[in-house]
Design a protein around this ligand. Structure first.
Ligand SMILES: [Zn+2]
Length: 412
């Protein structure tokens, strides 16, 4: 079953608990839960024990992301990440390849994840610009060290290996041998539960066709190893990547829907405040647009009769009062997650990959058309600025259609 992994931000704990626990209580064996696994940033696991408690009560597996990527940059002392036992005052620089530093980091991150109730262990990982970047070898080295450490201290939890890299450095076919293949080989040797990949930047809505092809080719290359593969930090292309064969995707609850390490690094640099990931205020997810919009824009559009008819949530069990429920403080986060969960179920119900991809292509095309209509409305009315890009929807429609043909039962 395809997994929807949700990474909550600051202040999502009430919504997550409301979503996880009542659904778990009401769950019949046949009813599927909206959240397959919760992915909580280590510093949020520290700040909000509520996530761990809700996951435990609902029986939802919990992944704690150690966020060791933030060791690569100088960060503001006020950000909550700095409260982690393995956080650093300054960027690690060369320490990244020092085996003693790495070993200590492995111990500290494993210890932290176990203590905070993780049901799988994410080995420390770093963001690599290319396969030649020392950050990449450090990630592979940390993987091996993590498995050795788990054995030594007899922690019997499954391993999740994360590949965090630049799109340019890892998604082009000429990089596969030294990048994706090397990662897969190193990880699969250790028997991981899942491989997660985050290729950056991707998913801001402006990726063109050649970039989308590269992303899907890279993902399928990783999947061709037979491992369980998760699209990490990918709310935009996540459903399509599942249709193309991945086992699940992870995304935020409205913020954190794209992969962009340089934005994440920028959000923690000295002088920055502790935001919820730098996203828009109270985002609302629109299935008809394939993306979330900032709350004020969402509200503005839902007040317009034409726009409303195009993008309102029509699931009465999700949004009883339609537009009002979509933007209400008590429901919008749940709506964002439920809508994604439902879309993933719909994809899964199609028996063949070519059908799934064909459906993704049709949806992406429809999203393009709807986005253009919404842009027109935004244009006509004052008070809201900025056009919603359609580039990625168009590119995705095209790429998914090509892929669906290559996976057709009749294709040679
Ligand atoms: Zn809804």
């Amino acid at each position: 079953m395809a997994e929807l992994l949700i990474r909550p931000g600051h202040n999502d704990h009430v919504a997550i608990a409301n979503l996880l626990i009542p659904e778990a209580r009401a769950t019949l064996a046949s009813v599927r839960r909206p959240i397959s696994r919760l992915v909580v940033d280590a510093h949020l696991a520290l700040a909000y024990p509520q996530y761990r408690e809700a996951a435990a009560e609902a029986g939802t597996p919990l992944i704690i992301d150690p966020r060791t990527d933030l060791l690569q940059v100088d960060s503001d002392p006020r950000i909550s990440w700095r409260k982690l036992p393995y956080a650093s005052d300054a960027a690690w620089g060369e320490r990244i390849v020092n085996p003693f530093d790495l070993a200590a980091l492995v111990e500290a991150t494993v210890d932290f994840q176990v203590k905070h109730g993780a049901s799988a262990i994410v080995s420390p990982y770093f963001y690599a610009k290319s396969p030649e970047d020392p950050a990449f070898s450090a990630t592979l080295q940390a993987l091996r060290m993590t498995v050795r450490h788990l054995r030594q201290v007899r922690i019997n939890l499954p391993l999740i290996a994360v590949l965090a890299g630049s799109h340019r450095g890892f998604a082009r076919t000429q990089t596969f041998n030294d990048g994706i293949d090397r990662f897969a080989l190193a990880a699969l040797d250790l028997g991981p539960q899942a491989l997660a990949f985050a290729l950056s930047p991707n998913g801001n809505g402006k990726d063109g066709q050649s970039k989308v092809v590269q992303l899907f080719t890279a993902a399928q290359r990783l999947k061709s190893t037979g491992a369980t593969v998760l699209a990490w930090r990918q709310g935009f292309f996540g459903p399509a990547l599942v249709a193309a064969g991945m086992d699940g995707y992870e995304t935020g609850t409205g913020t954190g829907e794209k992969t962009d390490f340089s934005v994440m690094f920028g959000n923690v640099k000295p002088g920055s405040r502790d935001g919820g990931g730098g996203g828009s205020p109270w985002p609302v997810f629109f299935e008809a647009l394939g993306r979330s919009l900032p709350g004020p824009t969402a509200q503005f559009l839902l007040e317009d009769q034409v726009a409303r008819s195009l993008i309102v949530c029509r699931d009465e069990r999700c949004c009883v009062h339609g537009p009002a429920s979509m933007v209400s403080k008590d429901n919008r986060r749940q709506h964002n997650i439920r809508t994604r969960a439902k879309a993933l179920r719909d994809i899964e119900q199609m028996p063949h990959r070519s059908w799934r991809l064909h459906q993704i292509a049709k949806d992406a095309y429809a999203n393009t058309v709807t986005t253009m209509k919404i842009n027109k409305i935004l244009d006509q009315k004052t008070g809201v600025s900025g056009k919603l890009p359609t580039t990625s929807h168009e590119a995705l429609a095209h790429v998914a259609e090509i892929l669906s043909r290559s996976h057709s039962p009749r294709a040679a």
